[in-house]
Design a binder for this molecule. Structure first.
Ligand code: SAM
Ligand code: ZN
Length: 309
C-alpha cells in the first residue's frame, strides 16, 4: 500500500490516527487492525445483515462485468463527458473521492484531471480496480462503507458518488458522511421516487415487487435465479420497460443484479435531496443529471464559513 494514503485515513471505530505495522494498518488509539489486501486497505468491521448482503451481491455483479463492455448502457467516452456535466464542468486539479467506485472505470477516464483520487467501494471490485489501474501513484483504492467513511473531515475538494447511497442501509447517514469529508463540491446520483418518474404504474409495481422478493432471498438462491434464469426474466422486464439497443446478455445480467439483487434501493424526490444539501450547509445546489426518469444527480458546494471550521 502506498504510505501517502495514511494521511487521509482514520480509524472507523475511534477516529484515531493509523500506522503501518507488519503489513497491516493499526490504530494508534484503540489498536484495531486493518488488513491490507493486494495493496488495498480493508477499512471495514465484520460485515453482517444487510451490509453483508450488499457486499455479496455487488461483488457478484462486478465479477460478471467484463472489461470493455458498456456500463449502465454507456460507452467510456459517453461516461467521461457525463462525468464533467455531472460535477458542473471540467477541472484540472484537486483531490477527489469516488465513493462507490465499482470496477474503477471512472478513475481511468478522469485520472489526468486530478492531483489525487481515492476510490472506495464496499465490494471486492476494488481489488480488480486496483489491479487494472495504471496510475498507481495518483489513484488509491480502499474497501469501505459509505455509511462509515474511513476518512478525516474536510479533506476532499470533490466528492463524487454515482448511484451508491440509495443502496446503503441509511442513505441520509451516508450523505452526512460524504458531506463530512468534503471541503469543496459534493455530487450524488440517486434513484428518483417512482411516482415522480414517467414510468407507468404497472411497470413500477412489477419492478418493485421483484426487487423486494429477490432482494431479500438468501444469496445462493439469488445467484440461481439471476444468473440462470436472468435471461428470460430480463427479456420480460426489458420488454415492459424498454430495451436498450445492442445490449449484450452479459451487460443485461449486470443490470439485472443491479436492479433486483440489491438489498437496499431507496428512492427520493428532488426536493428531499435538495433539502439534505441545504441542511449540510451546501450552496449553489444544481440538479446536473436527469437520467431517463430513473434517477438524478445533484451537486452543491460547501459554504466558505463551513470550510474554515
Ligand atoms: C450502481 S453501482 C455504481 C458504481 C459506480 N459509481 C459507477 O457509476 O459505475 C453501486 C456501487 O455502490 C457500491 N456500494 C453499495 N453499497 C455500498 C456501501 N454501503 N458502501 C460503499 N459502496 C457501496 C457497490 O458495490 C457498487 O459498486
Ligand atoms: Zn481506533
Amino acid at each position: 500500500m502506498n504510505k501517502k494514503l495514511i494521511e487521509y485515513l482514520y480509524c472507523i471505530e475511534c477516529k484515531g490516527d493509523l500506522e503501518m505495522n507488519n503489513q497491516n494498518l493499526v490504530c494508534k488509539e484503540c489498536d484495531k487492525e486493518y488488513e491490507i489486501k493486494g495493496g488495498v486497505p480493508i477499512m471495514l468491521s465484520k460485515l453482517k445483515g444487510g451490509l453483508k448482503k450488499s457486499y455479496q451481491t455487488f461483488s457478484e455483479e462486478w465479477r460478471i462485468h467484463k472489461k470493455g463492455e458498456k456500463l449502465w448502457g454507456r460507452s467510456k467516452q459517453e461516461r467521461k463527458e457525463l462525468f464533467w456535466e455531472q460535477i458542473g464542468g471540467k477541472v484540472n486539479k484537486g483531490i477527489l473521492l469516488d465513493a462507490g467506485c465499482g470496477i474503477g472505470e471512472t478513475e481511468d477516464l478522469i485520472v489526468d484531471n486530478f492531483d489525487i483520487i481515492i476510490a472506495m467501494d464496499l465490494s471486492d471490485s476494488v481489488f480488480n480496480a486496483q489491479k487494472n489501474n495504471k496510475y498507481k501513484d495518483k489513484v488509491f483504492f480502499v474497501q469501505g462503507d459509505v455509511g462509515k467513511l474511513p476518512f478525516r473531515d474536510n479533506i476532499f475538494d470533490y466528492v463524487y458518488s454515482e448511484g451508491v447511497i440509495h443502496h446503503s442501509p441509511n442513505p441520509r447517514v451516508s450523505f452526512n458522511e460524504l458531506s463530512r469529508v468534503n471541503r469543496g463540491k459534493l455530487y450524488i446520483w440517486v434513484y428518483l421516487k417512482m411516482s415522480h418518474t414517467g414510468r407507468n404504474k404497472f411497470t413500477s409495481i412489477i419492478y418493485q415487487s421483484l426487487r423486494s422478493v429477490i432482494g431479500r432471498m438468501p444469496f445462493p438462491m439469488q445467484k440461481f435465479i439471476i444468473n440462470w434464469m436472468g435471461q428470460p426474466i430480463g427479456n420480460i422486464i426489458y420488454y415492459l420497460g424498454g430495451r436498450r439497443e445492442g445490449e449484450t446478455n452479459q451487460e443485461r445480467l449486470v443490470l439485472l443484479w443491479d436492479a433486483f439483487g440489491v438489498r437496499y434501493a431507496h428512492h427520493f424526490t428532488m426536493k428531499e435531496i435538495k433539502n439534505w444539501f441545504k441542511d449540510n450547509n451546501l450552496e449553489n445546489i444544481i440538479i446536473s443529471d436527469k437520467t431517463e426518469d430513473i434517477g438524478f444527480g445533484t451537486y452543491g458546494v460547501k459554504n466558505s464559513r463551513e470550510k474554515k471550521k
